[in-house]
Design a protein around this ligand. Structure first.
Ligand code: AMP
Ligand code: ZN
Length: 112
């Protein structure tokens, strides 16, 4: 999609610090990290938000890629959090579905 910042990363028009890539997905470091490990996992295909897809394969891949990255980043043992902000009230600021993988510190509950 033309004006989507994450689509521009997929196309290589905006730089990002990649941690994983395959034919359908990309993962990169969040520019404003909220934890020692803060990775965003996105599908290369533009989907605006969770509520706009029923693609189980795509959604399952987001989770399994995040889980593999958590292993590689050595945060699996202590624990990590996965967040998908969906819509304005939840704090979604980029309209291209993305999964936040957060770890490396103690998380609070409930989230703010
Ligand atoms: P959300 O608020 O759930 O929509 O998350 C969007 C995330 O994208 C935020 O955590 C931002 O810090 C992150 N972000 C925005 N622009 C960039 C960028 N150019 N590179 C990496 N992360 C970004
Ligand atoms: Zn996009």
């Amino acid at each position: 999609m033309e004006d989507c910042i994450f689509c521009k990363m997929v196309k290589g028009e905006i730089p990002c610090r990649k941690v994983y890539e395959d034919t359908g997905f990309l993962a990169f470091l969040d520019i404003n990290p909220q934890a020692p490990v803060h990775v965003l996992v996105i599908p290369k295909k533009h989907v605006a938000r969770l509520s706009e897809t029923g693609d189980r394969e795509l959604l399952g891949s987001l989770l399994s890629i995040a889980s593999a990255i958590a292993e590689r980043e050595n945060i699996s043992g202590k624990g990590y959090r996965i967040v998908i902000n969906t819509g304005r009230e939840a704090g979604q600021t980029v309209d291209h579905i993305h999964l936040h993988l957060l770890g490396g510190r103690k998380m609070n509950w409930p989230p703010g």
